[in-house]
Structures are given as structure tokens and as C-alpha cells.
Design a protein around this ligand. Structure first.
Ligand SMILES: *[C@@H]1O[C@H](CO)[C@@H](O)[C@H](O)[C@H]1NC(C)=O
Ligand SMILES: *[C@@H]1O[C@H](CO)[C@@H](O)[C@H](O)[C@H]1NC(C)=O
Ligand SMILES: *[C@@H]1O[C@H](CO)[C@@H](O)[C@H](O)[C@H]1NC(C)=O
Ligand SMILES: *[C@@H]1O[C@H](CO)[C@@H](O)[C@H](O)[C@H]1NC(C)=O
Length: 435
């Protein structure tokens, strides 16, 4: 749903590296890199290169757009972006906290922490996106708290979350899309909301309950998930994409749904596995892809992919946003164990679908992107329209590479990630240092 700044991408990758090595039933023993330097100097040099990419981007933001939500890299001015009603809330700073910490850029992290403590202010008279506020601000502050244990982050995230609560004031408990956190008024004119924006809140709210001991946060999202579990789902259990938050009825049958499947699985993992409803809903939704014939293979290249159901028909199109699914499926198998009856099916699809997404990169000119690709008689895994060929610094495929590398130990995924890092540096970098 969201477009990520570059450092979010790096931070997601690193968070995954950190979280995957928790003990679990093992499908293939993960390669462990924690607890020491990688013995291979080439790998260490690549890691330092990526860290330098982060440093360049951060320094440039600090110099040109400190406190703004985003930096426009070519004109070198700040901009508010689309999600916060024009309010200036230092989004890049909050989004970067965990990356700075994980990369051990402690000087920069401290400056960012001080911004959160002294300048980040929720007195904003603007209509902000509930979903973006959750994944960026709650997610960013909670990750920083999880890593550093600094109470500054906990205090800020509780303040924000409490200001967001009127957004759930609906007969269904499903949230409105936008809210003014100064007046506490949700935008009630718009009764429609996307499935991803309604349901991809579980990890943040669960964790907030864990660290505050206040059960109301978890209750909020449990209401939503119970609603989704029982709501009639047309097409053999497949989730449509948009709901009316007052009536609870579906209002659209197409994409985007993306991240909810991942959150079903990850909330099962996050709770230390007692969340079996999350696991059940994860499996029901994966099985629904197979049962509806959405998993297809292209010809002549034999690329396996997940097509989208639009009005009851499989549309042979893949969004880059869907490329997280290779990692998700592999993670599911990793946690469920290879004895699960569908483990082989899911792991094969994880591998094949990741190849397909990588192919879409190789078939683009800069070997980055596209944001959406199609399959038809003439073309396989290429962006057709001009805008489909964009690359929006999205992290999904690299995240998938990290998970597959960690779970399967196959170094080709690390090499593919390295190719992409170099292409980002070559084609996407602007401003000082670019020459
Ligand atoms: C509320 O939502 C409606 C419908 O999407 C939109 O037209 C209107 O501008 C929004 N109001 C505010 C204050 O943002
Ligand atoms: C395995 O997949 C099939 C086909 O989607 C499904 O019917 C079956 O319930 C799945 N088994 C489990 C245990 O999820
Ligand atoms: C997926 O990959 C496996 C092994 O890599 C291969 O045997 C299988 O044919 C692939 N499936 C499709 C539909 O391409
Ligand atoms: C799906 O069907 C609805 C109702 O028949 C129609 O309004 C809509 O345009 C269709 N959507 C697509 C993408 O074909």
C-alpha cells in the first residue's frame, strides 16, 4: 500500500535478519550470521557499501530537509507527502530510527531520538491516514523502543495511539481511513476503507499491549480480525479488497489486499505461537489462492506467479507489492515445519515466485522494478504502460531475498540483493556524492 523511502527498505531487511534467528521448528537450518563478523571480506565490504548508502541518504536529508516528512532528491527541498494532510511531522526521521540503530549509527540515532523527544508534536490540525500513521509512526517508534528500550519512544507512541482511537468509532469496529488527531474527528464522509488499511495493524497494537500491559490495544485489532474471520468471503474464501466500515459489506472485489496475509502469519509468530486464529486465517487465505486457480505458470519462460482475481476472473498481473509473498510463504513453512501437508507446495511457490519477481527486474532496462508487470502472448514479466515501468524504491523483493537466504542458505539470494543495491546506487542516487 505504501511507497517506502529508501532507508525503510534497508531497515526492513535488517529487522528481518535480526528476528528470523529466533528458535523455531526448522525446515532448512538458517545460516547464522549473528554473534560475529562474516568471515568473507567480500561480504563485509558489501555490507559497508550498503551502510554508506544509508549514511549518504541520511546526511543529505539532515542537511536539506530536517524535520520535513520527505526530501525531494533532485530539487533538494522538503515536501509533506500524501499521507499526513500536509502536516510536517518528520516522517523520515521516525521511519529511519530502527535502521540507524541496527546499522550502529549511534550519533545519528541520538540526534533522531532528541527530535522525537523535543520536537515531534502531535498537535497537528490535519486529516491524517490512520494506516500510514500506524505503520510508519507507531511501527517506527515501537521498533525503536524494542531495540533501544528508551522510554522516549514509548511515551510518544502511547500519545499518538490514544489520539488515533476515535477512528475505530464504527458499528463494526473497522476504522475510518482518515482522522484529524487535533479535533479527534474521523472523516465520516468516507465510509469505504481498504482491507490492507483496516487489517494491517495487528503487530503494532499487539506489541503495544505487551509493553504497556493495557489490554485495550489488542482488543481493538482482535475485533477487526474476528470480524474478517466471520464475514462472508466470495470465491472460496478469497478476501476482496474494500469494505464499508459502517455496514461491513464488501465494496470492491479487486486488489489491494497485500499485507494482511503477512500480518496473519506474523501475529502468530509475534505472540510466541498461541495465536492459532492468525495461523488458521493465514492458511485459509493461502489455500484460497490455489483453490481459485490464481497460481499460474507463463509460457514459454515457465515463470510461476500469483495472478489477481478481478470480478471473478484471474487477471495475469503482478504488483511489485506482491513480491513480499515469496518471503512470506517461506517464513510460513519455516515456522510450521516441513511436516505440514502443504509445506512442499508452499516452499516451491516461494522459490518459483521469487524467481519470477527477479526476472521482472532482469527484463527491465535498469534492472530495477517494474512496479507492475503482466503476462500475455507477447510479453512475460514486463511492465506494459509507462507508469508500470516505474521503480518506487520498494523493499518487497529484497526483503524476500533476505528471508530466502536466511532460511535456505542459498547465497544466490544475497548476490541478487547485491546486484540491486549497486543498481540503486547507479541509477537512483541524486545530489552530492553522485558526481
Ligand atoms: C473527507 O472525505 C471525503 C470523501 O473522501 C473528502 O471528499 C473530503 O475532502 C474529506 N474531508 C477532509 C476534511 O479531509
Ligand atoms: C492444503 O491445501 C489444500 C488445497 O488448497 C487445502 O484444501 C488443504 O486444506 C490444505 N491443508 C492444510 C492442512 O491447510
Ligand atoms: C516450481 O519449481 C519446481 C522446482 O524448482 C518445479 O519442478 C516446478 O515445475 C515449478 N512449478 C511451476 C508451475 O513452474
Ligand atoms: C467489476 O464489476 C463491477 C460490477 O459489475 C463493475 O462496476 C466494475 O467496473 C468491474 N471491475 C472491473 C475491474 O472489471
Amino acid at each position: 500500500m505504501a511507497s517506502f523511502p529508501f532507508w525503510s527498505m534497508i531497515c526492513i531487511i535488517l529487522l528481518i535478519i535480526c528476528t528470523i534467528s529466533i528458535n523455531a521448528q526448522q525446515f532448512v537450518k538458517p545460516v547464522l550470521t549473528q554473534g560475529g563478523e562474516d568471515p568473507d571480506p567480500v561480504i563485509r565490504a558489501r555490507r559497508d557499501f550498503v551502510k554508506q548508502m544509508m549514511k549518504d541518504a541520511w546526511d543529505h536529508y539532515v542537511e536539506k530537509a530536517w524535520g520535513e516528512n520527505e526530501l525531494k532528491p533532485i530539487s533538494e527541498v522538503g515536501q509533506p507527502g500524501n499521507h499526513f494532510g500536509g502536516a510536517k511531522v518528520g516522517c523520515t526521521i521516525v521511519d529511519s530510527l530502527d535502521t540507524l540503530y541496527i546499522m550502529e549509527m549511534m550519533e545519528e540515532f541520538t540526534v533522531a531520538r532528541d527530535f522525537v523527544r523535543d520536537e515531534l508534536d502531535w498537535n497537528v490540525d490535519a486529516s491524517i491516514s490512520q494506516f500510514e500513521a500506524t505503520i510508519r509512526f507507531m511501527g517506527g517508534l515501537l521498533s525503536a523502543y524494542a531495540l533501544s528500550n528508551d522510554p522516549v519512544f514509548l511515551k510518544k507512541v502511547v500519545q499518538l495511539t490514544d489520539l488515533l482511537q476515535p477512528v475505530f468509532d464504527t458499528p463494526t469496529g473497522l476504522p475510518y481511513r482518515h482522522i484529524n488527531i487535533l479535533t479527534g474527528e474521523p472523516n465520516r464522509t468516507n465510509e469505504k476503507n481498504f482491507l490492507a488499511e483496516v487489517a494491517t495493524l495487528h503487530l503494532e497494537y499487539n506489541y503495544l499491549t505487551d509493553i504497556t500491559g493495557n489490554p485495550t490495544y489488542r482488543q481493538r485489532v482482535d475485533v477487526i480480525r474476528n470480524f474478517l474471520n466471520q464475514v462472508p468471503k466470495p470465491y472460496n474464501g478469497l478476501y476482496p479488497s474494500e469494505l464499508n466500515v459502517i455496514t461491513g459489506e464488501w465494496t470492491s472485489m479487486g486488489p489491494p489486499t497485500d499485507s494482511i496475509f503477512e500480518y496473519f502469519l506474523k501475529s502468530y509468530i509475534e505472540t510466541g505461537l498461541p495465536d492459532t486464529l492468525g495461523l488458521q486465517m493465514y492458511y485459509d487465505s493461502i489455500n484460497a489462492f490455489f483453490d481459485n486457480g490464481l497460481i499460474q505458470t507463463s509460457s514459454p519462460s515457465n515463470l510461476e506467479y500469483n495472478s489477481e482475481m478481478v470480478n471473478g476472473t484471474a487477471d495475469p498481473v503482478v504488483h511489485h507489492l506482491t513480491c513480499f509473498a515469496g518471503g512470506m510463504l517461506a517464513l510460513g513453512v519455516y515456522w510450521m515445519g516441513s511436516e505440514h501437508p502443504n509445506a512442499t507446495r508452499d516452499m516451491q511457490l516461494a522459490i518459483n515466485f521469487t524467481n519470477t519477481c527477479y526476472e521482472s527486474y532482469l527484463r527491465s532496462v535498469p534492472k530495477l522494478g517494474p512496479v507492475r508487470f503482466r503476462f500475455d502472448e507477447d510479453e512475460e514479466a514486463v511492465g506494459i504502460s509507462e507508469t508500470d515501468r516505474d521503480w518506487k524504491l520498494r523493499p518487497e523483493l529484497i526483503e524476500t531475498f533476505v528471508i530466502l537466504f536466511r532460511i535456505r542458505g542459498d547465497t544466490k539470494y544475497r548476490d541478487w540483493g547485491w546486484e540491486i543495491a549497486q543498481n540503486i546506487e547507479r541509477y537512483c542516487k541524486a545530489g552530492p556524492g553522485k558526481g
